[in-house]
Ligand binder design. Structure first.
Ligand code: ACO
Length: 331
């Protein structure tokens, strides 16, 4: 492990969860599917959907402001705001800048981070570098999504999987025996075609034709992504532990990206971790992409499943293709 000036850890956490619940039974009325199929193939029972007039920035601000409160710091103390998202309010300006303005982080820089569903773990790693190097004191990392706005609600292959939400963490210096110990970032762009939003960028600018062909919706090769996910999550977990000289027996809780219970089960098995040490809430939220790990982390802390001194690993995969894992001793 490299020498840093100090250890960086999470000092505040919060979420923003939309009120509206969309169950598998609701979806049965929208596409040809069933609660049985969705539950058996994914473990999802329901997900949350934002109101039409709400945006990713709205969810990000709520989660971010509450995380600052939880950390006991004011917005003007922030040095940096990072928003990991696949569903920014606009292509530009960055949603992070909208958040920075709305929450009053007047002394902070701000940028969006695009790494598929892995974005939050990428963001934590970036925030950690600034804090541990002594460059910045306080960084706000947010994972926020309104995936419901880019899903084809007539496509049963994708519309049953995703949900909306946000989670945020404040990254600051913590005592040496706590905080982030290791992280692993990975990318395999050759798999970029497996999970994409084809139009709206410079390759296929928005036109009547792209809209007619439904190219502004999530396009996914589910089976291929599944195979990649199982491998990436299993290996990612093992690598974060081994980089810190630890084994699976040293882990207290695994916080995996919540995409599919079968992916989580198999990946945990591959990493040698029994399901008693794995946080699962995919049944209630579906795949909220960058928000899934911070929502699960926050839930684990609130439910007392994580206590000071516990070793936890966050692991995720997503569009890119990307994957990442991060090991920290909870402060
Ligand atoms: N209801 C009923 N039947 C369905 C549904 C549905 N909602 N969706 C697909 N089917 C059908 C298919 O059409 C197919 O029928 P066919 O055999 O007649 O062609 C059959 O069910 C089996 O389809 P598969 O794709 O083989 O099903 P699989 O077991 O692979 O499960 C799933 C599909 C759930 C999508 C799985 O592949 C998966 O979870 N993949 C990973 C997806 C993922 O995690 N994506 C998020 C990535 S993260 C990010 O960055 C956004």
């Amino acid at each position: 492990m490299r020498d840093y000036i100090c250890r960086a850890g999470i000092t505040g956490l919060s979420t923003s969860i939309p009120e509206k619940v969309l169950t598998n039974y609701d979806l049965e009325k929208m596409v040809e599917t069933s609660d049985d199929w969705i539950n058996a193939r994914t473990g999802i029972k329901e997900r949350r959907i934002v109101e039409n007039d709400k945006t990713t920035c709205d969810l990000a601000c709520e989660a971010g402001q509450n995380a600052l409160e939880n950390a006991g710091i004011g917005p003007e103390e922030l040095d940096l705001v990072i928003v990991a998202t696949n569903t920014p309010d606009m292509i530009f300006p960055a949603t992070a800048c909208l958040v920075q303005d709305r929450i009053g982080a007047v002394n902070a820089g701000a940028f969006d981070l695009l790494a598929g569903c892995t974005g939050f773990i990428y963001g934590l790693t970036v925030g950690q570098q600034y804090v541990a190097a002594g460059a910045y004191d306080k960084v706000l990392v947010i994972g926020a999504e309104t995936l419901s706005k880019i899903i084809n609600w007539k496509d049963r292959n994708t519309c049953v999987l995703f949900g909306d939400g946000a989670g945020a963490a404040v990254v600051q210096q913590v005592p040496r025996e706590y905080g982030i110990i290791s992280s692993v970032l990975g990318s395999d762009g050759s798999g970029g075609k497996l999970l994409k939003l084809p139009a709206g960028g410079s390759k296929l600018p928005a036109s009547e034709e792209t809209v007619r062909q439904g190219l502004h919706y999530v396009d996914m090769s589910g089976r291929e992504v599944f195979k990649f996910a199982v491998r990436a999550m299993g290996e990612g977990t093992r690598k974060a532990l081994s980089k810190a000289g630890m084994g699976s027996e040293d882990l207290d809780l695994l916080i995996p990206h919540q995409a599919n219970i079968r992916i989580i089960d198999t990946a945990a098995k591959k990493a040698g971790i029994d399901m008693d040490r794995v946080l699962v809430n995919v049944d209630r939220f579906g795949n909220t992409s960058t928000a899934s790990v911070p929502i699960a982390l926050c839930e684990a802390v609130e439910q007392g499943k994580i206590k000071r001194g516990d070793n936890i690993v966050m692991v995720g995969f997503g569009a890119g293709l990307t994957w990442a894992s991060l090991l920290m001793t909870w402060y």
